[in-house]
Design a binder for this molecule. Structure first.
Ligand code: TXA
Ligand code: MG
Length: 322
């Protein structure tokens, strides 16, 4: 299969919507990362998507829709879900809900679960595409399963060339980390994946603490990215590095470089120590450091405040033994 790349102008978006409607695979930008889209109601298209990613098929997908009213047809919202949807949609935010009785997202995309993940993205191109497609689109991050998520069209091409039909190129994604996922299938909302919508913002919207994925015993495999190794680079990753050892490359944060750092083998997440900038740079910088061919990437300490929680979450998974 030849993978075409189109500019995300009006013609490109119309072509991408028609390609999705025909059951084919289209990568497109969102404000978080590039997603690999397929028609959520077309099980064959979804099967091709799992195949293209090499994704274990027990991992359920997020259905993307253009507006809140579309989300209400997919899942059942309790009060907390409604409040969070009103506050954080459209945006980098995903709700896990009990699937509605006539849920248009096929069983395969939900991995057979009685629940469904839904997101209304805010990115202009994603939103225009969803409107034009006029159907829910499931979209995991557009990388080979287990790899670092793509924040540029070139990352998508590097992972999926020849395996998908179309890439809609809308430049670099502004936030760079996947959406915050909150499980609202029971009374107390539960943070399944930290992201740009921070724990503090969720709790201030709800007026109460959110539970963690590990807090409740549940009969559904509900914590995303639970696979031991996720966001895998070729190089090993050493976290909270206060020095840089011989042969290591460095993912730095802030202007103070640890002893042993070689500026030629260092990429900085944010010179000024800005966590938002660091989040946006994380995956691209991991890919770039990996390309230097070192055995190990040393990662400077990242504070766990605000979106730092989400950055550290991704780094811990990237560093997991494999
Ligand atoms: O920002 C994002 O969320 C990006 C963009 C493309 O929208 N998408 C994304 O999708 O990160 P993906 O497939 O890489 O991650 C979705 C996570 C998975 O780890 C999956 O386990 C979880 O969402 N998930 C999906 N459905 C679920 C469900 N019913 N219950 C619990 N977790 C679910
Ligand atoms: Mg992913």
């Amino acid at each position: 299969m030849k993978t075409r790349t189109l500019k995300a102008d009006r013609t490109g978006i119309a072509e991408a919507a028609a390609t999705l409607a025909a059951g084919k695979l289209v990568a497109f930008p969102t404000e978080t990362v590039y997603g690999l889209g397929a028609d959520a109601g077309n099980a064959e298209a979804v099967a091709r998507l799992y195949e293209a990613k090499g994704r274990p098929s027990f991992n359920p997908l997020i259905a993307h829709v253009a507006q809140i009213s579309d989300a209400e047809r997919i899942g059942v919202m309790n009060d907390a879900a409604r409040l969070l949807a009103a506050k954080f949609w459209p945006g980098p935010f995903t709700l896990v809900l009990p699937a509605s009785a006539d849920c248009p997202v096929c069983e395969l995309a939900r991995a057979g679960l009685p629940t469904v993940a839904v997101r209304v993205p805010a990115h202009e191109i994603a939103n225009a595409l969803l409107k034009a497609a006029a159907r829910p689109i499931v979209a995991p991050s557009a990388n080979r399963s287990g790899h670092v998520s793509p924040t540029q069209a070139s990352h998508v091409l590097a992972d999926l060339e020849g395996r998908i039909d179309l890439i809609l190129d809308g430049g670099a994604t502004p936030l760079g980390l996947e959406s915050t996922i909150v499980n609202c299938t029971s009374e107390r909302p539960q943070l399944l994946r930290p992201g740009s919508i921070t724990r503090a913002r969720l709790e201030s919207a709800l007026g109460s603490p959110v539970a963690d994925a590990s807090d409740t015993v549940s009969d559904t495999p509900n914590a995303p990215g639970q696979l031991a190794s996720h966001y895998a680079t070729r190089a090993r990753i050493r976290l909270d590095a206060y020095d840089v050892k011989a042969g290591e490359v460095l993912l730095a944060f802030g202007s103070d470089l640890p002893p042993g750092a070689d500026p030629a083998r260092t990429i900085n997440l944010s010179l000024s120590g800005n966590l938002i900038e660091a989040a946006a740079n994380l995956f691209a910088h991991l890919r770039a450091l990996d390309a230097l061919g070192a055995e190990t990437i040393a990662v400077a300490p990242i504070p766990s405040t605000g979106i730092g929680e989400a950055i550290r979450d991704r780094l811990v998974r990237a560093a997991a033994p494999r």
